[in-house]
Design a protein around this ligand. Structure first.
Ligand code: ADP
Length: 595
C-alpha cells in the first residue's frame, strides 16, 4: 500500500544510495526526468543535475548522517533525458532501516510553479538591496524579508514571516504605527516616512536604533503589498551628533538657514544670546532675530547672498543689530558662509554679540576725549605760564644788566662774581622759559603741506654752517622723500637731531653724521646716525622727557628740551621716535612719518 502511494505520488521521488546512485524512482520521477525507471536505476543522480552536482551531495549526506534537518533546496534538474533544465524544489531526507541504520537518501522533487519562481526572484532581488527590506500584505503581515532585515533586527526569517510588521517597531509607538500603516494602505503612494519625524526600529533584544524608512506600494495580481526599505542611520546620527557638539562648542551664535530663510539649525549660543529655545526657532524665518526696521529689506539681502554665496562679513561697515526674545536690541557682528548639502545650499550665519566691545569702545572714546581736553588745558597752562613769566624775568635781566653796568665798579670781587651768576642764571631761565613756550606752541595753527625733506635738510645745513665748520663735521644726506607734514615743526625736528649728533661727540673726534630714509610698509622710516658718545641703554626712554639730560652743562651745553620737542613733533605726525645706541660707538635716532 505504502509503495503504491509513493509510486503514484504527484511529487517526483527518487531513492539514492550513499554514493549517490539511484536505487528507486516513482512514476512522477520518470515523467519529470524523461527516463524509464530501468534507465534511472543505478545511474549516478548527479548526471541529471545541471548545478554543482558533487559538492552539494556530499554536504547533504553529511548533514543528514549527523541527523540535521535540511530545508528544501532549489535545484536545476535535466529533464527529457538530460536535455532541458528545470527548476525544482528538492527535499532531501534520510532513509533508514528498521534498526535505524542509515541506508541512503530520498529526494522528493517538486517543479517550481510560476508564482513560486516569481517569489524566488523577488527574494533574490530583495537580497541585493543594501537596506533591510520588508514586504507586508494589506493586513500588515510580513510576507518577505531579506538577510539585511535578519542582520539588523536580530530575528530569523522564520520568526518574522507572518508576523505583524509592528514586531519591528518600538513598543511605545506600536499603536500609533499600526494606525498610520492602515491609513497608508488606503492611500498608498511612494514616500519617505522620515521626512517629518524621527523613526526608530526595535531589535529582537528590545534595543532600538534610528532608521530611515521609505515606503512603496506593490500592486500584484494577488493584491496590494507594501515594501518598506529600512536603513539603519546610526552612523549618520552619530555624525550629526558630532556636528552638533562642534556647533555648540563655538563661541558665536550660529544659525543655519535654508531655502526661503527658514531656520534649520541653531546652536546653544543662540539660546543664550537671543533668549529663545531652539525649538522656538527651528522652521521660523530668520527675520525673527532682526529688529523690526530691518525686516523688510532683509529677505532681499538674503537672496542676493544666496545667488553669490561666499564667505564674508555681513553688512561690511554697517552697524548691525540683533533682536532678543524680550524685544531688546543689541549690536552684533555677523559672518556668512555657504554650506552645500544634498538639499541645496544652506547659509551659515555666525553671530557675535558685541555689546561689551561696543561699550568698551565708547568708554575708550570718552577717555580719549577727556585726555585730549586735559592735554589742551595743560598746553594752555604752559603757554600762559611761560608767556607771563617772560615779562617779569625780562625786567629782572634788564635791571641786573643796568646794575652791573652802572654800579659794577663799586662791588668787590665776591660781589662782582655773584652779579655774574645772577646774570647767567636769569639768562638761562629765559632760555628755559622760551623752550617751554615753544613746546606748548608746537603744531598750533600749522598747515599740513607737502614738504620736500631734501630742500629742508639743505637749508638746515646752511643754518648750521658755522657749527659744522667749527667742528669739522661731515654731514651726509641721502635722497629723502617728499612727505605730508608741518614744515616748521619738521625743520625743528631735523635741526634738533642734527645739532645733538654734532654736539655729543667724543673728545678729539670729528663728527660723522648721516641722514637717510627708507620705505617701511605704510611709513617712511627716517634715521639720523652719528659716531658720538652713545647713550646707555637704561636712558633711551628718559632722554625724550622734557628737561631730562644725561650730562652736566659744563660738559655739554643744553636745556634738555630738544628731544621732548622731537617726540611731540613726531607724535603730531602720527609717527614714533626711538633711539638705538651703543656707548662710545654712536647713536641712531629713528622716527616714522606715515605716507
Ligand atoms: P639737550 O641736547 O639740550 O641736552 P635733548 O633733549 O636734545 O637736550 O637731549 C637730551 C639728552 O639726550 C642729552 O642731554 C644727551 O644726554 C642725550 N642725547 C641726545 N642726543 C644725543 C646723541 N646724538 N648722542 C648722545 N647723547 C644724546
Amino acid at each position: 500500500m505504502d509503495d503504491h502511494i509513493l509510486f503514484h505520488a504527484t511529487d517526483a521521488i527518487i531513492g539514492l544510495d550513499l554514493r549517490g546512485s539511484i536505487t528507486y524512482s516513482n512514476t512522477s520521477a520518470e515523467h519529470l526526468l524523461g527516463l524509464s525507471s530501468r534507465e534511472l536505476l543505478d545511474r549516478d543522480h548527479r548526471t541529471l543535475l545541471a548545478d554543482d552536482p558533487n559538492h552539494t551531495y556530499e554536504m547533504i549526506r553529511e548533514s543528514l548522517m549527523f541527523g540535521e534537518h535540511i530545508d528544501p533546496i532549489r535545484r536545476e534538474v535535466l529533464t527529457k533525458g538530460g536535455k532541458a533544465p528545470q527548476s525544482v524544489l528538492v527535499q532531501y531526507s534520510p532513509m533508514k532501516s528498521d534498526k535505524g541504520k542509515f541506508m541512503g537518501i530520498s529526494a522528493i522533487m517538486r517543479k517550481l510553479t510560476q508564482s513560486e519562481k516569481v517569489a524566488n526572484k523577488a527574494q533574490a532581488l530583495l537580497e541585493t538591496a543594501p537596506d533591510a527590506m520588508v514586504i507586508v500584505n494589506q493586513q500588515g503581515q510580513i510576507v518577505l524579508v531579506n538577510a539585511q532585515t535578519e542582520a539588523q533586527f536580530g530575528y530569523t526569517k522564520e520568526e518574522l514571516l507572518g508576523k505583524e510588521l509592528e514586531i519591528l517597531v518600538p513598543d511605545d509607538i506600536v499603536y500609533q504605527h499600526r494606525h498610520q500603516r492602515e491609513r497608508y494602505v488606503s492611500e498608498p503612494v511612494p514616500r519617505n516616512m522620515s521626512e517629518d519625524m524621527e523613526l526608530k526600529g526595535q531589535r529582537k533584544d528590545g534595543s532600538t536604533f534610528p532608521v530611515e524608512v521609505s515606503l512603496s506600494p506593490l500592486k500584484t495580481e494577488n493584491g496590494l503589498f507594501i515594501s518598506a526599505a529600512i536603513r539603519n542611520i546610526s552612523d549618520r546620527k552619530k555624525e550629526e551628533h558630532k556636528f552638533r557638539r562642534l556647533l555648540d562648542s563655538a563661541p558665536d551664535a550660529i544659525v543655519i538657514v535654508g531655502n526661503e530663510g527658514l531656520i534649520q539649525i541653531v546652536n546653544a549660543q543662540v539660546e543664550k544670546i537671543f533668549g529663545y529655545n531652539k525649538e522656538d526657532l527651528i522652521g521660523k524665518k530668520v527675520e525673527e532675530l532682526i529688529p523690526e526696521r530691518y525686516k523688510n529689506k532683509h529677505p532681499g539681502h538674503r537672496n542676493s547672498f544666496a545667488h553669490n554665496p561666499k564667505v564674508r562679513p555681513m553688512g561690511a561697515g554697517l552697524e548691525l543689530s540683533g533682536l532678543r526674545k524680550n524685544g531688546e536690541e543689541f549690536p552684533v557682528e555677523i559672518s556668512l558662509s555657504p554650506m552645500e548639502t544634498k538639499d541645496g545650499i544652506l547659509i551659515i550665519a555666525a553671530i557675535r554679540d558685541i555689546t561689551d566691545r561696543k561699550s568698551a569702545q565708547k568708554e575708550l572714546e570718552r577717555k580719549y576725549k577727556e585726555l585730549e581736553e586735559k592735554n589742551k588745558e595743560l598746553e594752555q597752562f604752559a603757554y600762559v605760564a611761560s608767556h607771563d613769566l617772560q615779562e617779569p624775568l625780562q625786567t629782572v635781566i634788564s635791571l641786573t644788566e643796568f646794575l652791573a653796568e652802572s654800579y659794577g665798579g663799586m662791588l668787590d670781587t665776591n660781589g662782582a662774581k655773584s652779579m655774574e651768576y645772577v646774570l647767567a642764571s636769569t639768562k638761562r631761565m629765559r632760555q628755559l622759559i622760551k623752550g617751554l613756550l615753544d613746546y606748548s606752541q608746537i603744531g598750533r595753527q600749522a598747515v599740513l603741506a607737502a614738504v620736500d625733506c631734501n630742500t629742508l635738510l639743505m637749508e638746515i645745513k646752511e643754518d648750521l654752517s658755522t657749527v659744522i665748520t667749527n667742528t669739522k663735521a661731515s654731514i651726509k644726506v641721502e635722497k629723502l622723500p617728499i612727505v605730508q607734514g608741518y614744515e616748521t615743526a619738521l625743520r625743528q625736528l631735523f635741526q634738533n637731531l642734527l645739532t645733538n649728533a654734532i654736539k655729543f661727540t667724543k673728545a678729539n673726534c670729528q663728527p660723522v653724521v648721516s641722514v637717510f630714509c627708507k620705505e617701511e610698509g605704510e611709513n617712511w622710516l627716517f634715521g639720523v646716525k652719528d659716531n658720538g658718545i652713545g647713550i646707555d641703554k637704561k636712558y633711551v626712554d628718559r632722554i625724550f622727557i622734557i628737561f631730562q639730560r644725561l650730562h652736566l652743562r659744563e660738559q655739554y651745553e643744553g636745556t634738555g628740551i630738544g628731544l621732548a620737542h622731537c617726540r611731540k613733533i613726531v607724535a603730531l605726525h602720527h609717527g614714533k621716535i626711538w633711539v638705538e645706541s651703543e656707548i662710545n660707538k654712536g647713536s641712531t635716532f629713528y622716527f616714522t612719518i606715515p605716507k
